[in-house]
Design a protein around this ligand. Structure first.
Ligand code: HEM
Length: 427
């Protein structure tokens, strides 16, 4: 794909391409995990392969020994111990499109710790909650209020756009051309699409990913250079990054740009997919929408339980840095270990009636936002966005319900789960 094709890339097409890539063979992942969890909690081999999806390790996966774990305690043990189970390999596979800089997801050890400590304050609830009003305004004014008179919609059109639109503002990108965010969102998705399962497609996909990564890099660099020249002010993310100090020095432009660029794929489609899951469960669970409409304090519980019950990213991979053992099985240094998040979140040893979606259950930590040192830094941003979106849908669309004339939403996908369409009507 040429540079000009990358410039013309459409958000909807890029999203569908990523969904198709990570959807897989159609094997029921919950069933496959339940069987493993109950009978044989360590799998020797590439468990993910049967689903026909690429893993974070990309093509490197086939050259190593692979294992998978399914139980809550095992997934937690791996994700919390980032010195035994490392993430640096991501930079060599899927992460090539992100070409270094502050790609925090693929950092290990002290480097990860110091960068995370530096960035964390910008993502804590005390900071994030100040953005509520602006988020609410974007969601209502730029999107939902314009749709009220239509009295019907596929809510996924909205879900696809608003997370990156919000990130665009939170980062402090210029407001004179906010529509630019659509290209940014498409490029961010193309970067994620670089990780292919079919070797014949890998080269083209990686080229597109690299071109998209470059287009995004150049656009953000232009903004960062302008902002630094203008005095690095502002309470937005770019302003904060330009001013913060790292190991006795301020971050350079390359570091600020690569961190912002990594945030776009991390923050966009993840929130889109999660909203599709939350809405599906909200509309499909008998009596739930009436209950939540009447008591909005339940929106937060609805989100937490959806992220437990149907995490959109079904597993996380780590590289094993020293020989370890699970259930008598030796897992040698250099192996990959697949942590089946979707399984751990339904472990019957930890959750009562785990296969029941119940927003009133006593919440315990689950792994939809990860766990341990790499746990999603943007989780409070995501939860706030989802909370604002759900409240606005309930406020602005009277008696909103599934459209009986359209197919019901179905949550599917082996690696990334979502409902591709959520058709609703209102009075
Ligand atoms: C509902 C939406 C979201 C979901 C389900 C989600 C999920 C995750 C998960 C599972 C991880 C852990 C990755 C690992 O352990 O390897 C992660 C990490 C991360 N997420 Fe999110 N995320 C969401 C939204 C966001 C948002 C809105 C942002 C930014 C504002 C964000 C930024 C990040 C970053 C930077 C990391 C890497 C953290 C690190 O490596 O230390 N995410 N996310």
């Amino acid at each position: 794909m040429s540079e000009s094709t990358v410039q013309d890339m459409k958000l909807e097409t890029a999203y569908s391409a990523v969904s198709d890539l990570y959807k897989g063979t159609g094997i029921d992942i919950h069933k496959a995990c339940r069987e493993m969890r109950q009978k044989s909690p360590i799998y020797e081999g590439d468990f993910i392969k049967q689903f026909g999806v690429p893993t974070n390790a990309g093509m490197e996966q086939s050259a190593r020994k692979n294992f998978a774990v399914f139980r809550y305690a095992d997934v937690m043990a791996v994700l919390r111990d980032a010195s035994t189970y490392t993430s640096g390999f991501i930079a060599k596979g899927f992460g090539k499109a992100f070409d270094g800089g502050l790609t925090i997801l693929a950092m290990d050890g002290e480097q990860h710790k110091s960068v995370r400590t530096l960035l964390q304050p910008a993502f804590m609830p005390a900071t994030v909650n100040k953005w509520r009003e602006r988020m609410d305004e974007i969601i209502r004014h730029d999107y939902l209020e314009k749709m009220v008179s239509d009295r019907k919609a596929n809510l996924m059109d909205f879900a696809l756009s608003f997370p990156i639109r919000i990130m665009y503002t939170l980062m402090g990108f210029p407001e004179d051309n906010p529509e630019k965010f659509r290209s940014y969102a498409a490029w961010a998705l193309a970067m994620v699409g670089g990780n292919q399962i079919d070797p014949k497609k890998e080269q083209d996909a990686m080229k597109t990913a690299l071109d998209a990564g470059k287009a995004l890099y150049d656009s953000i660099m232009e903004i960062v250079v302008t902002r630094r020249a203008a005095g690095s002010e502002g309470d937005d993310l770019i302003g904060r990054l330009l001013r913060c100090e790292h190991e006795g020095r301020v971050l350079n432009d390359h570091e600020v740009v690569t961190f912002c660029r990594m945030l776009l794929p991390a923050a966009g489609e993840t929130t889109t997919r999660t909203l599709s899951v939350v809405l599906t469960l909200l509309f499909e669970t008998p009596g739930l929408i009436e209950e939540v409409r009447a008591d909005r304090s339940l929106v937060a519980k609805l989100i937490d339980e959806s992220v437990r019950y149907e995490p959109i990213a079904t597993f996380k991979v780590r590289e094993v840095a020293k020989d370890v053992e699970f259930y008598g099985v030796k897992v040698p240094k250099g192996s990959f270990i697949q942590c089946m998040v979707t399984s751990a979140n339904r472990d019957e040893d930890v959750f009562e009636n785990p296969e029941t979606f119940d927003i009133h259950r006593k919440q315990k930590p689950s792994f939809g936002f990860g766990f341990g040192p790499h746990m999603c830094i943007g989780q409070f941003v995501a939860k706030l966005e989802l909370n604002c979106a759900i409240n606005a849908i309930l406020d602005l669309f009277p008696n909103v319900r599934l459209d009986p004339s359209m197919p019901k939403p179905v949550i599917e996908g082996a690696q990334l789960r979502e409902a591709h369409e959520v058709h609703v009507i209102w009075d």
